[in-house]
Ligand binder design. Sequence first.
Ligand code: UT7
Length: 330
Amino acid sequence: MSQKITAAITAVGGYVPEDRLTNFDLEKMVDTNDEWIRSRTGISERRILKGDGLATSDMVVPAVRQLCEKRGIDPSEIDAMIVGTVTPDMMFPSTANLACHKLGATNAWGFDLLAACSGFLYSLTTGAALIESGRYKKVVVVGADKMSSIINYNDRATCIIFGDGAGAVLLEPSTDGNGIQDSILRSDGSGGNYLNMKAGGSLKPASYETVAANEHYAYQEGQTVFKFAVKGMADVSAELLDRNQLTGADIAWLVPHQANKRIIDATADRMGLSHDKVMLNIQRYGNTTAATIPLCLWDYEKDMKKGDNIVLAAFGGGFTWGATLVKWAY
Ligand code: UT7
């Protein structure tokens, strides 16, 4: 009888730009203050990708290159790449295609996956299925966003939240039981009114009018999204534990999407997890949309141990949300 193949995470890479945008910088740009931002969101600063001609793929490339170096493989060994993003370099070709070209990942096929802040979890579940099928041996899953390209820096409701970054994991087949164990993913398009970017798609192609109306920027009705996020992320995480007969005591780490520290705390409380088991870097990077979860794994890589039960959880635009259970493989 053949052994069950699971998709193990065998390396992590990350990239954040050098330039920092602090709360004090934002105080000079909009009517806000450091105290409000820190107490309402947990954020102190974000990274911003500056420079002409630089796009999301330029953050994907160093993150994936680092992952290849850590694992000792050449990019040409990658079979497939999935990039979760809402800020692709262009509408098409895909950022995955462009990044593979820049990396020399000449044997990979790939695509972008759009699920906003849940983009990494959706991509991870999809990438794991490619490995579990037995057809692919090295699948790279990326979460990357240059949020500064769609943020209105005159809108204090959004500009204090978002930052730029990219994180990536390598998935490889494993037969020792470690890797992606289970995932619950959800979506509800009726949430589209509360978190969106209205123009630039087929509904409202970019025009002078859409630009004048600021419809090429991210729009968020914060309070509404907040309420759905607290419930969605906590419910699905609790359901994932139940379904796998686990309690908070069995979980080594919660890796939550970094949208708001108050949402993260509520999710941890609902799972019965002490806060020292929760990965947190929102204070340094803000909300990097699809990149938050892999950037947490990148920052905390040395703190995880083989066999650790880790829950990844996200909520975001769509609405999309979900939770994934991973047994750490190294
Ligand atoms: O990643 C995708 C999913 N996104 C999320 O999960 C984000 C969910 N939402 C949030 O994190 C929060 O709703 C925000 C951080 C966006 C806003 O926090 P809030 O506690 O919901 O604030 P609020 O919109 O209820 O505003 C509270 C007060 C208002 O003043 P009044 O009416 O009480 O006088 C706002 O006008 O704070 C004011 N305010 C601000 N003050 C200083 C709103 N934005 C700011 C600001 N600086 N940037």
